[in-house]
Design a protein around this ligand. Structure first.
Ligand code: KIV
Length: 272
């Protein structure tokens, strides 16, 4: 396996498969708006995920279930206007693809046409096989998502680690293989034991991108607002915080309020 890092002018689904072949890890972060996407893309990220976590992070919902297709299209089109290099993957929200492959295709086409996104992501394995196949027939790249799938939170009951038991681990391995065979270009594995995730990544030729799935996979994804420390109430073990923006921003807002109240802002140079 070569470790030389190839330069990619523009990341495509094929670039990600090449990265796996070359042993280069894939970096992925979420973004939901123009300004954040511009910074994340400019920093050199490989993939931006317009995640349905926008439902939590941007809209303040407790789960990802309420976000609509129209809202995902709004977020994705804002991101697309910002980026020059990265691949943009857009989540199909809850209720827009499960059980009905025609509806799944229509939803994916709306995302591609109206937002300009490059690929879609769907949660689930065998139970959504027909939806995935039908979307793929339209030439739309599909990323899978297994393990903790937040759209099924009411079935799971909690956000704890998935597939710790043999039966669920076996189903996950079968689903991962199925997603590869159907033609998915990559797969997210969320909150599963590191050993299982490594085994899955090694058994597939498509990249496996982990979140809370250890270091034996082909890439990592985090929610940007979490890794920047803006959402300080969320503290899973897998989360590495690169900044404490909650503290930094609070300090900046407090200084601004003080300056306005005291009449210090604006000063002579800050007016016309
Ligand atoms: O919606 C999202 O942000 C996601 C990631 C956590 C993988 O699906």
């Amino acid at each position: 396996m070569s470790t030389a890092k190839k330069e990619y002018k523009r990341i495509t689904v094929k670039s990600l498969i090449d990265m796996k072949k070359n042993g280069e890890k894939i970096s992925m972060l979420t973004a939901y708006d123009y300004t954040m996407a511009k910074i994340v893309d400019g920093a050199g990220i490989d993939v931006i995920l317009v995640g349905d976590s926008a439902s939590n992070v941007m809209a303040g919902h407790e789960t990802t279930l309420p976000i609509t297709l129209d809202q995902m299209i709004y977020h994705a089109s804002s991101v697309i206007r910002a980026i020059d290099r990265c691949l943009v993957v857009v989540d199909l929200p809850f209720g827009t693809y499960q059980g009905n492959s025609r509806q799944a295709l229509d939803s994916a086409i709306r995302i591609m046409k109206e937002s300009g996104g490059h690929a879609v992501k769907l949660e689930g394995g065998a139970e959504i096989e027909q939806s995935i196949s039908r979307i793929l027939t339209a030439g739309i790249p599909v990323m899978g998502h297994l393990g903790l799938t937040p759209q099924s939170i009411y079935k799971f009951g909690t956000y704890t680690v998935r597939a710790k038991e043999e039966e669920e681990a076996q189903k996950l391995k079968e689903d991962a293989l199925l997603l590869e065979q159907l033609g998915c270009f990559a797969l997210v594995l969320e909150k599963v034991p590191a050993k299982l995730a490594k085994e899955v990544a090694e058994s597939l030729s498509i990249p496996v991108i982990g979140i809370g799935a250890g270091n034996g996979v082909d890439g990592q994804v985090l929610v940007t607002h979490d890794m920047l420390g803006m959402t300080h109430e969320f503290n899973p073990r897998f989360l590495r915080r690169y900044l404490d923006l909650y503290k930094e921003m609070t300090g900046a807002f407090e200084s601004y309020i003080t300056d306005v109240k005291s009449g210090d802002f604006p000063n002579d140079k800050e007016q016309y």
